[in-house]
Design a protein around this ligand. Structure first.
Ligand SMILES: *Cc1c(COP(=O)(O)O)cnc(C)c1O
Length: 431
């Protein structure tokens, strides 16, 4: 598999470089040079494949001969070891539950696959890697769980102070071993800026072999295309399928576009956002204007400058009209989100987390003018990750899965930092 930088098409690297470096020096993003189509018979017979088999076939089609099939099969089966069930909510709306992994969020797919790939590549003599990751909540938890105790890899997580839920913070700050956390007095965008600047800093790169685990790493994106196929497999009626993706950095949606490009018969994608609505506004006006992020109850989507947007532009050669053909966007307020959580609970006896609720709202909105489609919205996190929002809103207790509940008694360990790069840099140099 060969990849190029979105800022310079002549900057071509192999998969190993893209995975270990994460970000090209020209500040672009790595994109596959070619996204191959899957064998049509695979799609026709998709019902007969297990999730791991689907993940293996999609992986090997994308990656080509780059990793020997038996090694790739082992990577895939270690990474994709939990299910992604589709549950029906209304006649036309169902949900794809992506929260059955170790950190209870869809990011477990990307984090686990990337940890396996990186560990595979570093086994071949690479020196120790330090992964820097900025998180608005769920990325950090998934990366921490995915990389915990992985030999040869240290992880440093940056999160915005006071803007992640209590249990999310525990997921970031209590594991220990090769996982450390920095609590930044700023926003998620500040955290992301610190990470980006660190990658470009000469001194830091001399001391550390830096890599990233954000959705900018192509190894995060690839496995996120698997579950679109897995969801499609589970649908009894396979026509008029539309996926609705609660979005922040747009990695999840971009992976969906990859799956369509590989031949999955999806009619459209819905970009569902909270008030951080730069992409829905781009879809409406043709003008892309990134903004400061604003805080919402669906905080994993509080992103004002989505990092994968340039990949979407690249996929469509920046052609607004063809982007609009494939993606439609809607954004919602926190009030609307809470009402949707109540509505889905009361009328359909299903508990959505705030991110999934934004997806449900967008699905309903889309169906108003698109009769006869079936919309699958992605439920990106388990509702128990957002107890402080969900329980008062629904006036009910939400069951916390044991693997999350056990964190409540663990002690938080984090380095408190200002959003100034110099502080972060001296912390890293003196560690
Ligand atoms: C990360 C995250 C999102 C946004 O996903 P992107 O790929 O960044 O668009 C949505 N919901 C939850 C729960 C998340 O953790």
């Amino acid at each position: 598999m060969k990849l190029f930088s979105t800022n310079d098409k002549t900057n071509i690297v192999d998969l190993r470089t893209a995975v270990l470096k994460s970000l090209p020096a020209d500040k672009g993003l790595y994109m596959p040079l070619h996204i191959p189509e899957l064998d049509k018979r695979f799609i026709e017979n998709i019902d007969s494949y297990s999730f791991v088999e689907i993940a293996f076939i999609v992986s090997s089609t994308l990656l080509g001969e780059y990793i020997p099939p038996s090694d790739l099969y082992s990577i895939v089966s270690k990474a994709i070891n939990f299910p992604a069930p589709v549950k029906s909510i209304t006649t036309n709306i169902s949900t794809l539950e992506l929260f059955h992994g170790p950190s209870l969020a869809f990011k477990d797919f990307g984090a686990r696959y990337m940890a396996e790939l990186m560990s595979y590549f570093t086994k071949k003599g690479e020196s120790k890697i330090t992964i820097l990751v900025a998180t608005s909540g769920d990325t950090g938890g998934a990366v921490a769980a995915g990389f915990y105790d992985t030999p040869g890899i240290d992880v440093l997580i940056l999160y915005p102070s006071g803007r992640v839920s209590a249990l999310q913070e525990k997921q970031l700050t209590t594991l220990g071993k090769n996982i450390s956390a920095c609590e930044v007095n700023g926003s998620f965008d500040d955290c992301q800026a610190l990470v980006k600047e660190a990658f470009l800093d000469h001194e830091l790169n001399k001391k550390y072999n830096l890599s990233s685990a954000n959705s900018i790493n192509i190894a995060r994106l690839i496995p996120q295309s698997f579950y679109y196929f897995e969801a499609f497999k589970q649908l009894k009626n396979k026509s008029n399928v539309v996926f609705c993706v609660p979005s922040g950095n747009f990695g999840n949606l971009t992976a969906g576009l990859f799956s369509k490009k590989m031949g999955l018969p999806v009619q459209r994608f819905i970009a569902a956002t909270n008030k951080n609505d730069v992409v829905p506004r781009y879809l409406e006006t043709g003008t892309y204007s990134p903004l400061e992020s604003v805080s919402t109850i669906s905080n994993a989507m509080d992103v004002g400058a989505p990092s994968n947007f340039s990949r979407i532009l690249e996929l469509y050669k920046s052609d607004w009209a063809s982007i609009k053909k494939d993606i439609v966007g809607f954004s919602f307020t926190d009030e609307e989100t809470k009402r949707a959580m109540q509505h889905v609970y009361k009328n359909h006896n299903y508990i959505c987390d705030p991110h999934g609720a934004v997806g449900f709202l967008a699905a309903e909105e889309f169906l108003k003018s698109n009769n006869g489609k079936q919309v699958v919205f992605l439920e990106t996190a388990h509702p128990s990750k957002f107890l402080d929002v969900v329980e008062p809103c629904l006036e009910t207790k939400v069951e916390v899965p044991a693997r999350l509940a056990s964190l409540a008694n663990k002690t938080k360990k984090a380095e408190v930092l200002s959003p100034a790069f110099d502080d972060f840099k001296s912390y890293l140099l003196n560690r």
